[in-house]
Ligand binder design. Structure first.
Ligand code: GLA
Length: 579
């Protein structure tokens, strides 16, 4: 059995000084049939370790319905890492940030009264059940039991959020009681207060940063006077949000920073080695005075791009690593070209017009009150008789709303734009379709309710008697996929189907430039959100979601298609970068 511990100046692997050269790869952002390919490429870049978070809300979206199979098979992921001869680092949160919805916390958890990320007894009860389940998978796979796991992280950048030491202590106790014997770490941004608040003397402090390596390591050293220096998140790129630019970093500068890290003898986890995709509705959001939802791609400008292909950064990092550690001579095989073709789309009608929920309530019900996990809800209310137009006023829309009166589109209200009011014509029924664009994953807005907040008014008069109808977009797509007959939609949202003919399964790049806003599915696999707002243009279709023959594409469009077809293009189009 291998031993792994923290020495006076270094990590010790079987008693020998060991530099961890790790890369982040989130199993929940990559199709499970492609895990092995990405892990192998990590080894070929010279990495000796793979790091992953654990996304609680992927495993247990509904309370008690725990799943650790298929996409959630963390055990299989760790076994593949091991089979490739690599070590593993596990960061189970429970809060993970990661541009992942709600920072990894399940909606059912954050909908309650618990005080999050604290020693609130109720919160501790829930997280202990979660951690027990995760550690049942992780504990037998620790390095001293013949597995790959060498480090486990406690919480995540906790010093940027709170300073409840009893909470951190409870996490450590839970972790140790569950049989975790490998060293425990914390990560914080290299800011004195954060490094102090986010850790305990018994935990090994590490940092998260992407530049000014020497200075940041010195800050870290002041707080972690002994043992190895480690950057647990060396940011080699960045994430994108809708309406922003596509972020990239200079290859040479990133390589130079990595070089500085390794030459200082520091251990590193490159965040990300391969970002992957926020498939389905899994993206998070930021809100620092303005709500900015994360795009579907999590390419991150990482060494492997969103489709798992090596970029210039891969080869530059490989060269740097080769100065400090053995790097296999083998290079990743080049990707086979993806088919490019145009697929005609057939309209199959409206898709947001499900019958209104029976019971009316005084106030619109939030997604949380409805225990609704999908992207949309429709709110219908009878309008009082009025002579002419009136001013509709809302407390807050979370996050984007399409307003109709008697089936006619009137306008949209956006949280990002801080919209609160809209002039609407007289009519009988007001319908507001509201999209949850992704839950905030950083800071104190975790667990915010989604939908229509408060009671809307018309010219200052409360509108009451709301029917709140949850719409499950994946379920709607499933039903529509079987349609064969065309049906024109009205002026509102429209659904479209098409067939992509393939000779063999293949990664595909679906260009959404001619569409406005919505969701796309291939063979029932939920690719994610698209939006003309950009920067992202293509949706990545992983080969294992395709097959030889026809592949049924379903597009649920909320606004309009500029052309009734789908384009498959040769590669990723992630949008304009900053000049
Ligand atoms: C922090 C978090 C990560 C991620 C990065 C930004 O370091 O710990 O989960 O959100 O920021 O990508």
């Amino acid at each position: 059995m291998t031993s792994f511990s923290i020495g006076d100046t270094d990590f010790l692997r079987d008693g020998q000084p060991h530099q961890v050269i790790s890369g982040a790869l989130h199993y929940f952002r990559v199709h499970p049939d492609q895990w092995q390919d990405r892990i192998r490429k990590a080894r070929l870049m010279g990495l000796n370790t793979i790091e992953t978070y654990v996304a609680w809300n992927a495993h247990e979206p509904r309370r008690g319905e725990w799943d650790a199979t298929g996409w959630n098979d963390l055990g299989r992921f760790l076994d593949l890492v091991h089979a490739e001869g690599l070590d593993a680092i596990v960061r189970p949160g429970p809060y993970i940030c990661a541009e992942w919805h709600n920072g990894g916390l399940p909606n059912w958890l954050t909908a309650g009264e618990r005080s999050l990320r604290s020693s609130d007894p109720e919160f501790l009860v829930d997280i202990s059940a979660y951690l027990r389940r995760v550690y049942e998978i992780v504990a037998p796979r620790q390095v001293d039991r013949g597995g790959p796991v060498v480090l486990v992280q406690i919480e995540n950048e906790y010093g940027a959020y709170g300073s409840d030491k009893a909470y951190l202590e409870a996490l450590v106790t839970l972790t140790k009681d569950a049989g975790i014997t490998v060293p425990l770490t914390t990560v914080d941004q290299p800011v004195d207060q954060m490094l102090e608040d986010g850790s305990l003397p018994a935990l090994h402090k590490t940092g998260s940063f992407g530049s000014r390596t020497t200075e940041r390591l010195a800050t870290l050293r002041a707080h972690q006077p002994t043992g190895p220096l480690m950057c647990s998140e060396f940011w080699d790129g960045w994430f994108d949000w809708w309406g922003g630019v596509h972020h990239t970093t200079e290859v040479d500068a990133a390589a130079a920073d990595l070089d500085a890290m390794l030459s200082a003898g520091a251990s590193v986890n490159i965040y990300m080695f391969h970002g992957g995709t926020n498939f389905g509705l899994t993206n998070g959001a930021n809100h620092k005075g303005r709500y900015l939802p994360i795009v579907t791609s999590y390419d991150y400008d990482a060494p492997l791009d969103e489709a798992g292909n090596p970029t210039a950064k891969f080869f530059a990092f490989r060269d740097v690593i080769a100065k400090y550690a053995p790097v296999p001579e083998e290079l990743p095989t080049a990707a086979s070209p993806s088919p490019t073709l145009t697929v005609p789309l057939t309209p199959v009608g409206a898709w947001t017009d499900a019958p209104a929920a029976d019971a009316a309530t005084e106030t619109p019900r939030t997604f949380d009150a409805l225990a609704h996990l999908s992207a949309l809800a429709r709110y219908d209310v009878a309008l009082p008789p009025t002579e002419g137009p009136g001013l509709l006023s809302l407390e807050e829309v979370r996050d984007l709303a399409w307003v109709q009166v008697d089936g006619q589109p009137i306008g949209t209200l956006s949280r990002t734009r801080h919209d609160r009011t809209l002039r609407i014509p007289a009519g009988r029924t007001l319908s507001i379709l509201v999209e949850d664009q992704g839950r905030v994953n950083y800071d104190h807005r975790l667990g915010e309710e989604k939908g229509l907040l408060g009671t809307p008014t018309l010219d200052g008069i409360l509108l009451t008697g709301w029917h709140s109808t949850p719409l499950d977009v994946a379920e709607i797509a499933r039903t529509l996929a079987a349609r064969t007959d065309a049906a024109e939609a009205g002026s509102g949202p429209s659904a479209w189907i098409g067939d992509i003919p393939l000779d063999a399964p293949s990664d595909l790049f679906l260009d959404t430039t001619a569409w406005s806003k919505g969701y796309a599915f291939v063979n029932g696999f939920f690719l994610g959100r698209y939006w003309r707002n950009g920067p992202q243009r293509t949706l990545f279709v992983p080969a294992p979601a395709t097959r030889a023959g026809n592949n049924r594409l379903v597009v649920l469009e909320l606004e309009n298609l500029l052309a009734p077809h789908a384009e498959l293009v040769a590669g990723l189009l992630l949008g304009d970068t900053e000049e």
